[in-house]
Design a protein around this ligand. Structure first.
Ligand SMILES: NC(=O)c1ccc[n+]([C@@H]2O[C@H](COP(=O)([O-])OP(=O)(O)OC[C@H]3O[C@@H](n4cnc5c(N)ncnc54)[C@H](O)[C@@H]3O)[C@@H](O)[C@H]2O)c1
Length: 342
């Protein structure tokens, strides 16, 4: 098997998860590490004992020097467009961190550039790659509670990051809810057609500069309604990072806590005021290779580069999740419903 060579850009906290996953991926080597703060790249080189990896602070120069097959973009959201466009111009395939871009215009340019270059560009949505979400999706897909009419998700975590998020606009929607909105598309198999309502605010006492809380209501292509309530500035009684979900179908309901807590019920009798309910089990499912977050995504991406095929979170699909984020932001700013445009 030929070894594929990758350059990783952005050597901050998240790069550790990428380098751990890359080290566990057969047939992949790290040819270079880039960060605008070159010491950060050198620190990761030492930490992961990447003796043969080049380090630098200039992606363009690194690509000329090392001619890699793949670029891993782990920079801050504002730098994703520039990093991806540079990598594609040099003929590299790109796997990048979420959110795809800091604007829809940038995201459209990135999709176009990938298509023009004939290279893969996919986005990491690691919260799709857990065993529980795969099983819940399968449960919904099999239709045991009938067609979905309503999906609710709550996300409440008091997260004290420091760093770029403290000053970022739309921090909850753009940096976190992108995961939840992508999970909603993944779980329901539906896309969003309209943001009926969105309110973003910064709660009293927030340790963020702005936009740490939001509530949004989406209309989906299967006619279901998806509601989202979230905050990154909520101390106590935290939900899981995967969110707490309720699914209501025409013939029953299910709740999921984002981990192993799942319950579902369907009526066990056909008459009566409040009908007796029967519990429904979560189906068993072989999730081998699809349940290890970043490691699963990186392996899937490398396999597609090597053998052909399309990663599940390819940019042409992921832009639909990003459009939910920017649709919600626009609805909040205008105080009006917004139709989704890709
Ligand atoms: N998938 C997940 O679960 C998850 C979790 C955390 C963060 N993230 C994402 O990972 C990305 C990085 O987040 P982080 O927490 O590591 O941030 P961070 O601030 O710790 O690290 C970002 C690094 O990128 C570098 N950088 C910035 N602009 C650059 C540029 N133009 N070229 C090269 N390097 C540049 C910075 O110097 C810094 O070292 C973000 O997009 C974030 O949303 C994803």
């Amino acid at each position: 098997m030929d070894t594929l060579r990758a350059v990783l850009v952005g050597c901050g906290s998240m790069s550790r998860a990428w380098l751990r996953a890359a080290a566990a991926t057969e047939g992949l080597s790290i040819a270079g590490l880039v960060d605008i703060v070159e010491d950060a790249a050198r620190a990761r080189k030492d930490e992961f004992a990447l003796a043969d990896a080049h380090t630098g602070d200039d992606l363009e120069a690194m690509l000329v020097a090392t001619r890699p097959d793949i670029v891993f973009d782990v920079t801050v959201p504002e730098a994703h467009a520039q990093t991806t466009l540079t990598a594609l111009r040099h003929g590299c395939h790109v796997l990048g961190e979420k959110p795809m871009a800091a604007s829809m215009d940038d995201a459209r340019r990135m999709v176009e550039a990938a298509q023009r270059a004939g290279r893969l560009y996919a986005v990491v949505q690691n919260r799709r790659y857990t065993a529980p979400i795969r099983r819940v999706r399968e449960f919904l897909r099999r239709g045991a509670i009938g067609p979905l009419t309503t999906v609710n998700c709550d996300f409440y975590i008091g997260a004290h990051f420091g760093g770029f998020r403290d000053h970022m606009s739309h921090v909850l929607l753009l940096d976190m809810a992108i995961h939840t909105f992508d999970q909603a598309r993944f779980l329901t198999g539906a896309d969003t057609v309209r943001v009926a309502f969105c309110k973003e605010w910064n709660p009293h006492g927030s340790w963020y500069e702005r936009d740490a809380s939001a509530i949004a209501v989406f209309e989906l292509s299967n006619s279901a309604i998806f509601t989202y309530r979230g905050s990154w500035c909520a101390e106590g009684l935290n939900t899981s990072w995967e969110g707490e979900w309720r699914f209501i179908g025409a013939n029953g309901s299910a709740t999921w806590d984002g981990g192993n807590g799942f319950r579902a019920q369907t009526p066990d009798e056909s008459s009566g005021f409040i009908r007796k309910q029967r519990e429904l089990p979560l189906p068993e499912l072989d999730t081998t290779g699809l349940s290890e977050g970043h490691a699963s995504l990186i392996r899937q991406f490398v396999r597609c580069v090597r053998e052909g095929g399309t990663p599940e979170t390819v940019c042409t699909d992921n832009i639909k999740s990003l459009a939910m984020v920017f649709g919600a932001i626009e609805a909040a700013e205008r105080g009006q419903p917004v139709n989704i445009r890709i």
